[in-house]
Design a protein around this ligand. Structure first.
Ligand code: MEV
Length: 433
């Protein structure tokens, strides 16, 4: 048990960690990846607590995304090799076939005040209607600013949840948060409304007989009404990029089958959707958005039928191949880390400073592109060929290969199956020659 870790200075924290791993003399361990720019380092370390260093990830660009007729260079942050290469290849493929098309499905996010009370639903509901103006007035100072930006609280409605949990009610509040993700705004409104409900219950004599407990007030990261629909389509005959290596009709049929499998089988569905989130998370991270919230949202949406399923769907109709998905997501292009981190600001600049809705489209395109690339590889060459080729560089740096060794090993494995063991064996052999 370590007491008071947070109170230590950064240097003391580092010393403690070095002692913990028995590398007391390894002073450079924490500075290896530092930026060398004091102000930026201080800014970044201020985002979290108990910071002992800065943990950099590769910051990449996947070019050639054509979305609703507009071209984008899309910033990705990911540690997984081949994600960017696959997404870029897929983006180029669809660029040449009309690009991604999108449609925004609503912009309403919800938050809930979770209440336990012995009151009847009808009486509670009538009181909510009676006092609705007061509920709005209680948070006017916060809400008015969002109204001025074109958003604000849209709906307040009481839901009877007592069939799921005894005496459980939910006050469901719908918000439009414009270009902000809006977490602080929504949570402040919810807590303000909750306080007002408490005060109404204490002061309205017709409610004296009832007890009410506000258990919690919090936004929901589930937003089926704040989603983007995205699709690509092309005549089946256009699916060959010159390297398909199989008949386009056979490929389309096999691709559709692979997606159908992900629609009915949870083992496949999770991995299939993970391939989509390879792209989504990378762009979310590069733009300072909360990828955990975006992931949780999508996986809940993938379970909306009661069974976890594929988020994307593929069809061939009248010789047209179509691949599409509806992806719920809450993103922001103003506020939060988005406005602070120098590289998230750069990412937004590279994307042409999009609105939140435009960013949703870009993130969805990164997701569909990644998903297409993965399923295409799986149904044609298999995933390992491309993946291990990209992974070879990682294996070689892990083994401390020199530039010359890297070149020789890459040449040797250009027509062979790559595995960690084989690469290690071949490198040893090279070194002993
Ligand atoms: C690996 O990060 C992602 C894949 O497993 C996705 C998929 O199987 O569809 C290749």
């Amino acid at each position: 048990m370590i007491k008071g870790f947070s109170k230590l200075s950064t240097a003391e924290k580092q010393k403690l960690i070095l002692e913990h791993i028995g590398r007391e003399s390894d002073q450079e361990l924490f500075t290896l990846t530092r930026l060398g720019q004091k102000e930026t380092e201080e800014l970044i370390t201020s985002f979290s607590e108990n910071v002992i260093s800065i943990f950099p990830f590769p910051y990449s660009i996947a070019p050639n995304f054509l979305i609703d007729g507009q071209e984008y260079l899309v910033p990705f942050v990911t540690e997984e090799s081949s994600v960017v290469a696959a997404a870029a290849k897929s983006a180029k493929f669809w660029f040449e076939r009309g690009g991604f098309k999108t449609e925004i499905i609503g912009n309403t996010k919800y938050g809930q005040i979770h209440i336990i009370s012995d009151i009847s639903f009808d009486l509670f509901n009538s009181k909510i209607e009676e006092y609705k103006d007061r509920l709005f007035a209680a948070v006017a100072s916060i809400n008015d600013k969002m109204i001025k930006r074109g958003g604000g609280i849209k709906t307040i409605s009481l839901l009877d949840k007592s069939s799921q949990l005894s005496e459980y009610f939910q006050l469901n509040v719908g918000f439009n948060t414009c270009d902000a993700m809006g977490a602080n705004y929504m949570n402040s409104c919810l807590e303000g409304i909750a306080n007002e409900i408490n005060s109404i219950f204490h002061n309205d004599p017709t409610l004296d007989a009832y007890i009410l407990e506000v258990v919690m007030s919090i936004l929901s990261n589930y937003s089926p009404e704040n989603a983007v629909k995205i699709w690509v389509d092309t005549p089946v005959s256009e699916l060959d990029d010159g390297r398909l290596g199989m008949d386009t009709f056979d490929f389309a049929r096999k691709f559709v089958r692979a997606v159908e499998i992900a629609e009915v089988d949870v083992n496949r569905a999770v991995t299939h959707n993970k391939g989509m989130y390879n792209g989504i998370d990378s762009v979310a991270l590069a733009t300072g958005n909360d990828w955990r919230a975006i992931e949780a949202n999508g996986h809940a949406y993938a379970s909306k039928s009661g069974t976890y399923s594929s988020l994307s769907h593929a069809t061939v109709k009248d010789d047209i191949f179509r691949f599409e998905a509806i992806i719920p997501m809450q993103v922001g292009t103003v506020g939060g880390v988005t406005a602070l981190h120098p590289l998230t600001k750069l990412s937004l600049d590279i994307l042409g400073n999009p609105s939140a809705e435009e960013l949703m489209k870009v993130i969805a395109a990164a997701g569909l592109a990644s998903n297409f690339a993965a399923v295409k590889a799986l149904t044609t060459t298999g995933i390992q060929k491309g993946h291990m080729k990209m992974h070879l560089s990682n294996i070689l740096s892990g083994l401390g290969a020199t530039a010359q060794e890297t070149e020789l090993v890459k040449q040797y494995f250009s027509d062979k199956t790559i595995s960690n063991a084989e690469v290690e064996y071949y490198l040893k052999k090279l070194r002993s020659e």
